[in-house]
Design a protein around this ligand. Structure first.
Ligand code: ADP
Length: 259
């Protein structure tokens, strides 16, 4: 039986946060192994994320950051543990496809733009999951590209753009369906420092203007410092959390929660 969204009064580091906020994600004992258990990518992660937080997940290469993001994005399934989205268990009866299409926006290090489609067509791709008309899709993509400063490049192709421009297209695409959560995996990892700063400023502006929840994976402390909360990982575990949430997920799970 799904449990209802829970309001929490736990204080977080974001000083603009109201005292009580909706828990958008809750994880308990989230684990992931590969290679028949020989690789322990995630080892029992407990985590609470509130709506509207901007969380950086930080740590050295191989510590499990992308694995955690992939589990939250339902791109992969955990081997053990529980995970709730807005109080609903993310399990076999959860509609992961609808969740990814309508609730989440993804930004990846390698941009993942389709090279044979124009910039404005790339931004429209997620909108094919909606029932919007072609004109509505075009207008929405146009508006998004304007908001990321790429009005001049609508009909260009990804290969004609710089890395920073490609990532701005990818950010515009991630917002196509007005997601409530943005999952960004090393969004500045392939960029020079000026483009990286540009893309981070864009992400910060999106957070400020839209109050969207952002989870951003990075190995770069300078990038992480721009988020309102920093979670540090090592060897598949959370070792520090500026939101002070370590170990706080557990008491809120009921025995009746579906697995
Ligand atoms: P990070 O994002 O912090 O660099 P990852 O989450 O990508 O770390 O990886 C955590 C560990 O899991 C690493 O040892 C990595 O090699 C391993 N790993 C990740 N994905 C796979 C996979 N699909 N198959 C096997 N091992 C994997």
């Amino acid at each position: 039986m799904p449990i209802s969204p829970i309001m929490s009064s736990v204080a977080v580091s974001d000083s603009s946060a109201p005292a009580a906020r909706l828990r958008i994600f809750e994880a308990e004992g989230l684990s992931k192994t590969y290679d028949g258990g020989r690789i322990q990518a995630l080892q029992g992660v407990d985590l609470i994320i509130h709506e509207g937080e901007f969380v950086a997940i930080l740590g050295p290469s191989g510590c499990g950051k992308s694995t955690l993001l992939n589990l939250i994005g339902t791109l992969e399934k955990p081997c053990a543990g529980m995970f709730l989205y807005r109080g609903r268990a993310v399990n076999d009866s959860f509609d992961g496809q609808a969740y990814r299409a309508h609730d989440l926006g993804f930004v990846f290090q390698a941009f993942h733009l389709l090279p044979t489609f124009s910039v404005i067509e790339n931004v429209q791709m997620p909108m094919f999951e909606t029932n919007w008309t072609a004109k509505e899709r075009y207008q929405r993509a146009n508006e998004l590209l304007r908001s990321v400063g790429l009005t001049e490049r609508l009909n260009g192709f990804p290969t004609q753009l710089s890395g920073g421009e490609r990532q701005r297209v990818a950010v515009a695409r991630s917002l196509a369906n007005r997601p409530s959560v943005l999952l960004a995996d090393e969004p500045t990892g392939n960029l020079d420092s000026i483009s990286a700063a540009d893309v981070m400023s864009l992400i910060i502006r999106i957070h400020r203007e839209q109050r969207i929840t952002i989870l951003l994976v990075t190995h770069d402390p300078a990038v992480a410092s721009r988020a309102s909360r920093e979670i540090r990982m090592k060897d598949g575990k959370i070792i520090s959390d500026s939101g002070g949430m370590i170990g706080l997920a557990r008491p809120h799970f009921s025995e009746e929660d579906p697995q």
